[in-house]
Design a protein around this ligand. Structure first.
Ligand SMILES: *Cc1c(COP(=O)(O)O)cnc(C)c1O
Length: 369
């Protein structure tokens, strides 16, 4: 049945109120892109390859290329080996990276941990790649001895490996250097490593002690990052980066462009949004990461002090705790899995809001004492 009571004003009100109490999804809700509103007058479409100027002129591909080069710099991918584009979300970047692996190795096997995002499993199904699920450790990081075993069993077949840099549920980071060592040990030379860095791709480079996300140091093939997670965006978006050498292109003559991406038409507004955020905040990203980490530690400590279970992985701002009652879950938009829930501390969270949540979790009576 259609609802005749919908209105933009009512929607605005709902969005405002639902944005106040939000803790479960890794979205930075603190951004201001009001000044790009005039762009909404145009049909911005970055159709086709970001590096190929097609005949459709109402695009922002120059902004898109700047965004890609920012990420290339962040991950030490050499300029002349850089290819990528602004995607519609992290999932599209994962689809792209896994598809690239399959194009390079049509008889490859896809490996991913039990904690990898469902988009990886989706990629396996869509592209008909045999998928081997590898066990995870209890905190969510891939189990390296299980990975070694699985790879050893199929050592005559190429390997497409998904490495999680920040799992969805616990924010665990798989160690690329260990994955690379295992491949070397087993003498597997035909492989494609795809990094799923949806959130962690923007955290790890700014934290001390993590294995660096470094294309110059490790044979990473591709990486996907979500744009609306750490950076923040009113529209879901993401970035995928790949080694240019590995990327094959297919000419679509009628576009006067090259159709190397997953979709046809592509959002031309999101590259401008990401570009704008990078211009405004590139020197602040590190401070933002450290601030979120500190608050996550605060939140975890408070729960742990009270003798409750609370997990905060290194290089993460995701705090996992016991699943609370349904009303709190709904009110705070918590992401829950079985008997656990988590919050992801983002830039829009302040100590006061975390305190309020702690209070509602019925822990505060003891904290206040
Ligand atoms: C959120 C997430 C994704 C998917 O990103 P979307 O932008 O929501 O499509 C992929 N992998 C991980 C680990 C994630 O947390």
């Amino acid at each position: 049945m259609s609802n005749f009571n919908l209105s933009i004003d009512a929607l605005l009100q709902r969005l405002q109120s639902r944005s106040k109490l939000h803790a479960g999804y890794p979205y930075n809700l603190a951004f201001d892109y009001q000044h790009i509103l005039p762009l909404l007058q145009y049909t911005l479409n970055n159709l086709g390859d970001a590096y190929v100027e097609g005949n459709y002129g109402i695009n922002a591909k120059d902004f898109e290329r700047e965004v890609i080069s920012f990420f290339a710099g962040l991950y030490h991918l050499e300029k002349d080996d850089t290819w990528g584009y602004v995607t519609s979300c992290g999932t599209e970047g994962n689809l792209y990276g896994i598809l690239l692996g399959r194009e390079l190795y049509p008889d490859g096997i896809l490996y991913g941990s039990a904690d990898c995002h469902y988009s990886i499993v989706k990629a396996a199904r869509m592209f008909r790649i045999p998928f081997v699920e590898v066990k995870s450790q209890i905190h969510g990081e891939i189990d390296y001895s299980s990975l070694r075993q699985a790879l050893a069993k199929n050592r005559n077949q190429p390997a497409i490996i998904n490495v999680n840099v920040g799992t969805t549920i616990t924010g665990a980071v798989d160690d690329i250097s260990k994955v690379v060592d295992i491949l070397a040990e087993l003498n597997i030379s035909q492989f494609h490593i795809h990094v799923d860095g949806a959130l962690g791709g923007m955290l790890v480079p700014y934290m001390e002690g993590a294995t660096p996300l470094d294309f110059s140091q490790y044979p990473i093939g591709s990486i996907a990052v979500s744009g609306h997670k750490f950076i923040g965006s009113p529209v879901p978006c993401g970035v995928v980066l790949a080694r240019k050498q590995k990327v094959q292109s297919f000419d679509i003559e009628y576009l006067g462009s090259t159709d190397t991406t997953i979709t046809g038409s592509r959002n031309g507004l999101t590259p401008v949004i990401l570009w704008d955020a990078i211009q405004q905040r590139k020197n602040l990203f590190k401070a933002e990461v450290l601030h979120c980490r500190k608050l996550a530690e605060y939140f975890q400590n408070k729960i742990a002090e009270l003798g409750h279970f609370a997990l905060l992985n290194p290089f993460s701002t995701t705090v996992v705790f016991e699943r609370p009652e349904k009303s709190i879950e709904k009110r705070w938009q918590l992401a829950c899995y079985g008997n656990i829930a988590h919050i992801v501390v983002m830039q829009n969270h302040h100590e006061s809001i975390l305190k309020q949540l702690l209070q509602e979790l019925d822990l505060m009576s003891t904290i206040a004492a």
